[in-house]
Design a protein. Structure first.
Length: 238
């Protein structure tokens, strides 16, 4: 389930920090460059970071950090679904100019955080903008301005059914991989971890989160994710 982002990325969030600065982002730095998240003040830097953050993909393998209006074609090359209907977690992309021949080559992109019958809420940034982050309520046809043309929406990748299965292996400190990432997602969804701490590596932060979960759910507090803890994590919240 998507947890909407209505506040700017926090300091140290590597989805919004360039690799050269110790983060995961492949985007260029923004202008003016934000002091703690150096891809902010850049619509692509923010949107591509947020898209991968939602998908929990620190490897940044879903989209390339190309000009905004080129993201639509880039997404199709990567095998992502695109369309004209807004969905939470999707990117909304505009071309600047009314035709392919009349464009500045840049465009704009934002992230769909929430969808209602009357409007959508987007989070976004912008190169040279007065502030590094903001949210916008948009009504159909989701215009960005008279000089922009809506290209459509880029959807989050569908999760294969087998990735949603509860992993059978026992997880303990030092374990790495997709099973750990599954456990971290469940802990983050319940407030024991931050989304930025989902990295597939069972370290001290994950250990503390798991122990806190076990304590509050009357499980043996051993910091090991075995059958009973997996079962508790796999339960649907009511």
């Amino acid at each position: 389930m998507l947890i909407p982002r209505y506040t700017r990325p926090e300091a140290g969030n590597r989805y919004y920090i360039r690799r050269i600065s110790g983060g995961w982002s492949t985007a260029i730095q923004g202008s003016p460059t934000d002091a703690v998240c150096d891809v902010l003040h850049n619509c692509v830097g923010y949107a591509v970071g947020r898209f991968h953050e939602i998908a929990n993909r620190p490897q940044f393998d879903l989209l390339d950090a190309v000009n905004a209006e080129n993201l639509f074609a880039n997404a199709q090359r990567h095998g992502l679904q695109t369309g004209n209907v807004p969905k939470p977690g999707a990117l909304i992309v505009w071309q600047k100019g009314d035709t392919l021949q009349n464009t500045d080559g840049a465009g704009h992109v934002a992230v769909v955080e929430a969808v209602t019958e009357a409007y959508i809420i987007t989070s976004e940034s912008g190169y040279g903008a007065a502030k590094p982050f903001w949210t916008t309520r948009r009504v159909p046809p989701y215009a960005e301005g008279k000089n922009y043309r809506l290209l459509g929406f880029i959807y989050q990748p569908e999760t294969p059914a087998d990735e949603e299965k509860i992993p059978a292996e026992i997880l303990r400190k030092g374990t790495r991989g997709s099973a750990v990432m599954w456990m971290q997602k469940q802990l983050a969804a319940r407030g024991y971890l931050r989304n930025t701490e989902i990295d597939g590596d069972f370290g001290n932060i994950t250990l503390g989160a798991l122990c806190g979960f076990q304590l509050e759910h009357h499980l043996t507090v051993d910091g090991i994710c075995g059958p009973l803890t997996r079962q508790a994590l796999g339960q649907t919240d009511t």
